[in-house]
Every structure is written in structure tokens, then in C-alpha cells.
Design a protein around this ligand. Structure first.
Ligand code: AMP
Ligand code: MG
Length: 415
């Protein structure tokens, strides 16, 4: 129920909006090959199997001496004759016989005739005589062939957004090239006669264009090739020409501003004319108006003009949609429960994404406070914030001590 709005049409919940978008989006199917060194963050398009065993050889897990456990005299110290060394990368070339041992270093090949490695700290070396203690352990400190990954075994399952760890894993199996999804071509533009380019003096009534800088940062991802289409004036013909041309060359267009119902808000009129676009009023704050649909094969997202509304709608609606389109697996962001230390104003009717500062005390308890004024034009409190405080639609305000839901803003740390 929409308790506070004076809208004729009920607002759409964010869950319903996300479901509609999810149902409309078809992930890209084209793939390309990339070198492992360029694969960080890309979406794996085919599962990867290991061409080799890892480890490839039986090798020592520590620096010490390799020997055969039949030389152990139960309950007694014993002495073995040192006959050589196995270095990492330079295996021992000789034969190991009963009564003998070799010096061995971490990662070095263990000779087939040895089944045990003892730590160097546990023996006494006296020239070629190596004195072993009573109760020397057998069968220890050896990494077996294929104990990490067997030859032909599954290394990574697609689809997966490749992490630094994945690159290390693939390199350990000798994989130099991968099949990944092709990147998305994403264009964006701002609309509004009030927008002034950086470097120009600011005349009365004008503002600098924040949104294209926000968007280029929010879209920084190896799966997105971005095109900044600049500022397009509130001019119907210009807007239409620009949108139609961009739709032919991109997978996605994102616009900011001009999507509400002001006299100069032409986005709606143009899109209704050249594509199939829905105009929604979403029950979130900030960020109520949102246009979504297609112009030919290109997806279109029309975001509100206010910069904080751009960030909130991007992070909660556009980012998951782009992720799905790029072929990456979808995921649900982690939410925490924290005790709110400040009062938060809220009217029932929309789900609020208030900007907060999350902290953790020495007992591990989470606390959150407002990061400042919450107007949808106020970027300074967004810049200070490390989390969103998510207040449910029906919530009518928070008093200090209330428990609230918190979602970390990507790439931030708890302060
Ligand atoms: P609109 O959706 O065009 O009515 O814009 C809503 C508010 O957001 C207005 O105060 C605009 O001046 C502001 N706004 C629109 N576009 C931008 C932009 N690119 N950068 C900063 N503020 C903007
Ligand atoms: Mg405008």
C-alpha cells in the first residue's frame, strides 16, 4: 500500500521492478578469447578443466631431509647417510638407498624411494651423518601428485566473474587463455539546459553536470565498454537523433534527468515514439521515476536527474541488470543488522535508502549513524557514507537504539 503518495497509480515495489527487468533481459551470448593476464573481472563463458595434475610432482612441504620410513628404528634415534640434495626446480639425480637421506627444500621433488620428509629443525647434521630423533614421523610433509587438482578435473565452472584468486588457480594449471563473454557496449548521457561542462564558469541558474562523472565511475568494470555521449540539451529533435543513433551501436543506453513529467522532460515523449519503454514510479527514496525498455535491440534505462537518485537507482537496479546482461551470475548483496545511533526521519510509503556510517565495536557489534542530510541532491553525505540504511516501506521513522538493516556500499570498509 502506498500510504504517503498522492499518486493516482500505486507505486511499483523495487522487488517487482527488479523482477520485470530480470524477465526482460537476455544475457549476451557472444564470447571472445582473452589472455589470462587480461581476464580479471571478466565473465567466464566455458568451464575450465585442468590439463595437468597439481602438484605435478610429489614434492616437499618444508625444508628438511627426505628418507624412507623403513629406516626408522621404533622408539630409538637413528643416523642416515646424506647422499645429495633436491632443490626446488633441480631434483636429486641419484638413487636413494636404505640407510640414506637427502637434503630437500620446500617444493623440491621427493625421490620415488622416499616416503617421508622431516623438518630440518628436528635433526642434527654432522657432515654426512644426519641424526634423526626417536619417534621420527613417517609419511609426513609430502605434497602428493594431484592433491590440489587432478588432471582433467574441474577448475572453474561458468558463468563466473573471475577473481585474482581464480587467475592464480588457472595459472597454476598452466592455462594461458580463456573464453569469456564479450563486453557490453554501454552509452550514457545527461539531459538538461541547466548543465554546464567542467572548466566553464557557472552562470546563475546553472549547475555542473555531476551525473556523467558518477556514471563513468559506477560503470568502471572490464565487462563494460563505455561511451560518454555528453550533455544533450532539452531539445526533442536532438535527443531523438542522439538516442536513435546510439541505440544502433550499443547494448545499453543510460540517461539521467528529464525522465519525470516537467514541461522540459522530453525523454518520455521521445522514447514512446522510438522504442518500447515503460515508465515506472518505483516505491524507493531517493529515485522514484525510472524508464526501462528497448529501442530496437538496445536496452534503455532512464534515471532521475538528482545525483543521489542516480547512485541509488544505479546500484540497486541498473547494476544487477547489467550484471545479468553481461552473463555474470546474479547475486544478492549482503545485509547486516546494526543498532542505529541517530534518529532518522521517514514517512511510510516508499523504501528508503538513507546514507549511513557503519562502525563495529571491539565486541563485533555493528552501529550505524546517518552520514548527514538526506536530500536526493546532497552528494556530500553520499560521499561520506559507507553504507545504505534500508528502511522498509511501512517504517515511520527510527529513534536511537532501533535495529536497522544496513547494506555496505561497494568497495568500502567499515570505519
Ligand atoms: P530532472 O529529472 O531533469 O527534472 O532533474 C532533477 C534534478 O536533478 C534537477 O535539480 C536537475 O538540475 C538535477 N540534475 C539533472 N541532471 C543532472 C546532472 N547531470 N548533474 C547534476 N544534477 C542534475
Ligand atoms: Mg531536467
Amino acid at each position: 500500500m502506498d500510504l504517503c503518495s498522492r499518486e493516482a497509480k500505486p507505486l511499483l515495489s523495487i522487488t517487482a521492478a527488479l523482477e520485470r527487468i530480470k524477465a526482460a533481459i537476455h544475457p549476451v551470448s557472444e564470447t571472445e578469447k582473452v589472455a589470462l593476464a587480461n581476464a580479471l573481472g571478466r565473465v567466464l563463458a566455458a568451464s575450465v578443466y585442468s590439463p595437468i595434475n597439481t602438484p605435478h610432482d610429489r614434492n616437499a612441504a618444508m625444508d628438511g631431509y627426505a628418507f624412507y620410513s623403513t629406516d626408522i628404528i621404533p622408539g630409538q634415534p637413528f643416523t642416515l647417510n646424506l647422499v645429495g640434495t633436491s632443490w626446488a626446480g633441480r631434483p636429486f639425480q641419484g638413487q636413494l638407498h636404505a640407510g640414506q637421506c637427502i637434503r630437500i627444500f620446500t617444493g623440491a621433488v621427493v625421490p620415488p624411494a622416499a616416503d617421508s620428509v622431516i623438518m630440518q629443525e628436528q635433526v642434527q647434521a654432522d657432515g654426512h651423518n644426519i641424526h634423526f630423533p626417536a619417534h621420527a614421523a613417517s609419511g609426513k610433509n609430502i605434497r602428493e601428485i594431484g592433491e590440489d587438482i587432478k588432471q582433467g578435473g574441474l577448475l572453474l565452472t561458468h558463468p563466473k566473474k573471475l577473481t585474482a584468486i581464480d587467475l592464480g588457480l588457472l595459472a597454476s594449471a598452466g592455462i594461458a587463455e580463456l573464453t569469456v563473454k564479450r563486453p557490453l557496449k554501454v552509452a550514457f548521457f545527461s539531459t538538461g539546459d541547466e548543465l554546464t561542462a567542467l572548466g566553464q564558469p557557472l552562470e546563475s541558474g546553472k549547475i555542473y553536470d555531476s551525473n556523467r562523472y558518477l556514471l563513468s565511475g559506477l560503470l568502471a568494470d572490464p565487462n563494460y565498454q563505455i561511451t560518454d555521449l555528453g550533455v544533450i540539451a532539452d531539445n526533442k529533435q536532438l535527443l531523438e537523433e542522439c538516442v536513435v543513433a546510439a541505440a544502433k551501436q550499443h547494448d545499453v543506453i543510460i540517461s539521467t534527468g528529464g525522465a519525470s513529467v516537467g514541461d522540459a522532460d522530453y525523454v518520455k515523449e521521445i522514447l514512446e515514439h522510438c522504442g518500447e519503454i515503460d515508465f515506472w514510479k518505483i516505491a524507493i527514496k531517493p529515485g522514484k521515476p525510472l524508464a526501462f525498455g528497448k529501442i530496437g535491440d538496445c536496452y534503455f534505462f532512464g534515471l532521475p536527474g538528482n545525483p543521489v537518485a542516480v547512485v541509488v537507482t544505479f546500484q540497486h537496479i541498473i547494476a544487477p541488470a547489467l550484471k545479468q546482461l553481461s552473463g555474470a551470475p546474479t547475486s544478492t548483496p549482503l545485509q547486516l543488522t546494526a543498532t542505529c545511533t541517530t534518529a532518522l526521519k521517514k514517512s511510510p510509503g516508499r523504501q528508503d535508502y538513507q546514507r549511513g556510517l557503519l562502525t563495529q565495536d571491539t565486541d563485533g557489534e555493528f552501529f550505524v549513524a546517518s552520514s548527514g542530510r538526506q536530500g536526493s541532491n546532497i552528494l556530500s553525505s553520499m560521499s561520506r557514507a559507507n553504507c545504505y540504511i534500508i528502511l522498509a516501506t511501512e517504517c515511520a521513522g527510527i529513534v536511537p537504539g532501533d535495529k536497522v538493516r544496513v547494506q555496505l556500499i561497494q568497495n568500502t570498509e567499515i570505519v
